[in-house]
Design a protein around this ligand. Structure first.
Ligand code: DX5
Ligand code: ZN
Length: 220
């Protein structure tokens, strides 16, 4: 089975509490929070104060995806703000071991993120120090982009890497996940499905979470 992690990037920020309550009602247990700094990616979103406020509003697992330069300077602060999962791009951090270890020491799950153009061989070492790998299936920066088809083979390759090494590392996938591809992605081995526009871009986010869950469940 897998979990749906709605990304609030596509939510209505004025009504954030209601939006979060809706996806929780729909059965989501993880809330994906996209943190962008306008430097690592060409967009600016939200940061620590918003994570702190969300922490007070929900008991869901808060999953912060850091798309920022020098993530090592901020990762632990996100745990302190209330994040249960913190992920850091391999492309942004030459000290990934130290950053992942810091996240774990602070009491959260540590994730390493891989962009679509980065070979999976880039994380053969970091994977030993991570609780999950976040595989980007679009280039990070914006919601509502199209799933890059090659990502499916990359999920399989990553699944094999994890199995061969006997690791207990979860696979999360992010970008362009919707009803048309969620079953295939689940079948390839992804366990946490981030969905932004497929959830908050609809009139009924709770129902969208339910249908995404059922759609893939046929195959797992
Ligand atoms: C993209 C973000 C994603 C985004 C996904 O940079 O990391 O989490 O919100 O949105 P959709 O599901 O619309 O591709
Ligand atoms: Zn994300």
């Amino acid at each position: 089975m897998y979990s749906i992690a709605p990304s609030i990037l596509s939510a209505n920020f004025v009504r954030l509490e209601e939006e979060i309550a809706a996806v929780e009602r729909g059965g989501a247990s993880i809330l994906h929070v996209d943190v962008m700094d306008g430097r690592f990616v060409p967009n600016i979103t939200i940061g620590l104060p918003v994570v702190k406020s969300i922490r007070k509003a929900t008991s869901m697992t808060i999953d912060t995806h850091l798309m920022i330069v020098e993530p090592g300077n901020y990762a632990v602060q996100f745990v302190e703000a209330g994040a249960d999962m913190v992920s850091v791009h391999i492309e942004a951090d030459p000290h990934i071991h130290r950053t992942l270890q810091g996240i774990r020491d602070a009491g959260a799950k540590a994730g390493v993120v891989v962009n679509p153009g980065t070979p999976l061989s880039a994380i053969t070492e970091a994977i030993y120090h991570a609780d999950f790998v976040l595989l980007m299936s679009v280039n990070p920066g914006f919601g509502g982009q199209k799933f890059i088809p090659r990502s499916l083979a990359r999920v399989r390759e990553l699944r094999q890497m994890i199995t061969e090494r006997g690791l207990n590392v979860k696979i999360e996938i992010d970008g362009g996940i919707d009803l048309s591809n969620i079953a295939d992605v689940a079948e390839a081995g992804a366990e946490i499905m981030v969905a932004g526009s497929a959830v908050f871009g609809t009139d009924d986010p709770a129902e969208a979470v339910r249908s995404l869950t059922q759609k893939g469940a046929v195959w797992v």
